[in-house]
Design a protein around this ligand. Sequence first.
Ligand code: DAT
Ligand code: MG
Length: 151
Amino acid sequence: MGTEETYIMVKPDGVHRCLVGEIISRFEKKGFLLKGLKLFQCPKDLAQEHYKDLKEKSFYPSLIDYITSGPVVCMAWEGAGVVASARKLIGATNPLQAEPGTIRGDLAVQTGRNVVHGSDSPENGKREIALWFKEGELCQWVPAQAPWLIE
Ligand code: DAT
Ligand code: MG
């Protein structure tokens, strides 16, 4: 099993639009390992820390308002190559440019309502999981299907 981890989050629009199951299902079906999962109301300071690299962008205030506007679903997924693969499953930031078959390509129309977040590097995967999950919220386990996914 690879040790790479990524932080995936269904944003408030995805929760309101009842897309949680659909989005989780895409990662489950791919075969990655779910390590953590929770419905969570994000406080403003956490949203600001998560998106700190975008602080100077004009859309930053509305991005913070959006992410804190309702519950999100936080997930930690593990697997070899999971960061890049999850970004492919998610699709381009602008849903109009995201390929059909990707989550954003199939389920969203606007950048400011693009339903899901995925870490952009293994380093940020680790950083974001540590940011969004407390100690004890992640599970170490081996799924029954493991031998049928990785030889
Ligand atoms: P991604 O979520 O694909 O990693 P990002 O890290 O560049 O994209 O930006 C984080 C989020 O900020 C993105 O999912 C939606 C929002 N955002 C990015 N660019 C935007 C823009 N030009 N207008 C409005 N929102 C934007
Ligand atoms: Mg990003």
